[in-house]
Design a protein around this ligand. Structure first.
Ligand code: BGC
Length: 420
């Protein structure tokens, strides 16, 4: 794929970037996830022996997946100390944007007490991006919470939302002049489903009632932060990152149509409907599609699977973007999209398919302002631990050395061409 093979060029101001989150890359964080990891590492390693054997790469990842150390975020990528070097790579790749989350537990380690040195750290972090002409996209909540907030019941209680809003206020006051694009929440639906329905992530509960309550409180938090930002700093453009799967029909049965409609409503529109008037833009995180026949999801289609067992249908992102644009008419940014692919067998194909699909969506009228790939680095993949490899750069977790994968070199070349 080259500029010549694409029918027209991307807009000059289009954001080409990479995405990360604090807990997954920084190292040495202390939040409700770190506590949970320490409590659950052994049982996760045990469970892997029967829960993960279905994975295409099981034989290769088995040793890591059955080792409790895999489930501890620990040093992660040491990006907290190595960020300048990582930004040099982002710059050298010709990218012009970078998404990351600000770790609330660093800024407010105890209730009401702000850590000035940590605020300063993120100030310098933002300046390091600015110096390189890289536009920051910040996330306020990428699933991790200070332990004091989690102990109070976190987002289960509406009365607790004010603490999160106060954190946002602090960030806007201290760092607002360096910011424009803000993601309030990362994938609220995944956070709720894993934490309160599957019970697979902290706080590992199973209560549909509580899940709905948390979901509503998150929507409320988003609306509050939107209003706060609009009152205090007109520069800020408030969005959120929503995981969107494409739901496709495996046949024409009436029950299949109902199921697809239901999935879209429950997974996407239920939440977005509650914040649609408080969105300057909408972030889309796309990783996979789900196909239904009747009320059943069709497992394992003819398409290849990534290392974490997700069906790979990258070009479906076109339909996701078109659907969300039609429904909400908000500028869209792809805030995450990528593939767990340790041998870098599919990543280049994935990105090429994706970029053509973005292009088609734009030709069909979608206002798309950027593509931010997940991820810059291999990183700590939540309850899967360290073995999934989503990075454009491979990380050696012993030495912390980064090595660009072939797909990264190719992507960098393409972006430079598309931006020229
Ligand atoms: C999350 C990331 C995660 C990625 C790959 C997204 O759901 O926002 O934190 O690493 O998917 O699983």
């Amino acid at each position: 794929m080259t500029k010549k093979t694409l029918p027209v060029s991307f807009p000059k101001r289009f954001l080409w970037g990479v995405s990360t989150s604090a807990h997954q890359v920084e190292g040495n964080t202390h939040n409700q996830w770190t506590v949970w990891e320490l409590e659950n590492a052994k049982s996760l390693a045990k469970q892997a022996e029967y829960k993960l054997t279905y994975l295409p790469a099981w034989d290769e990842i088995k040793d890591q997946a059955t080792d409790p150390a895999n489930y501890i975020s620990g040093r992660a990528d040491e990006h907290y100390d190595l960020y300048e070097r990582d930004f040099d790579v982002v710059k050298a790749m010709g990218l012009n944007s970078f998404r990351f989350s600000i770790e609330w537990s660093r800024i407010e380690p105890q209730e009401g007490s702000w850590d000035a040195a940590e605020v300063q750290h993120y100030r310098e972090y933002l300046q390091a991006l600015k110096k390189r002409d890289i536009e920051p996209v910040i996330t306020l909540m990428h699933w991790t919470l200070p332990t004091w907030f989690a102990k109070k019941g976190g987002f289960e209680k509406r009365a607790n939302v004010k603490y999160f809003v106060r954190f946002a206020e602090k960030i806007f006051e201290e760092l607002g002049s360096e910011l424009r694009l803000v993601v309030t929440l990362n994938e609220p639906e995944v956070y709720v489903a894993e934490g309160w329905i599957e019970g697979a992530w902290p706080p590992a509960k199973q209560s549909k009632l509580m899940a709905v309550r948390v979901y509503m409180n998150l929507a409320y938090a988003h609306r509050q932060i939107y209003r706060l930002a609009h009152r205090t700093n007109r520069r800020l453009k408030i969005g959120l990152s929503k995981n969107i799967a494409q739901h496709t029909r495996g046949d024409d049965a009436a029950s299949t149509k109902i199921m697809v409609w239901l999935q879209q409503y429950v997974a996407d529109y239920f939440f977005l409907g509650r914040v649609r008037r408080q969105l300057d833009w909408l972030g889309i995180n796309y990783y996979f599609s789900n196909t239904y026949r009747g009320f059943k999801r069709v497992e394992g289609g003819p398409v290849p699977q990534s290392d974490v067992g997700w069906d790979m249908q990258p070009s479906d992102i076109q339909f996701v973007l078109e659907r969300l644009w039609r429904k909400y008419q908000k500028p869209l940014i792809v805030t995450e999209n990528g593939v767990a692919d340790q041998h870098d067998k599919y990543r280049k194909w994935w990105i090429a398919q994706t970029i053509s699909a973005l292009y088609k969506a734009m030709q069909n009228g979608v206002k798309l302002d950027g593509y931010i790939h997940w991820s810059l680095l291999d990183n700590f993949e939540w309850a899967f631990g360290h073995w999934p490899r989503f990075g454009l750069l491979e990380v050696d977790y012993q030495t912390m050395k980064r090595r660009p994968r072939e797909s990264a070199k190719w992507f960098a070349k393409l972006v430079k061409e598309l931006r020229s």
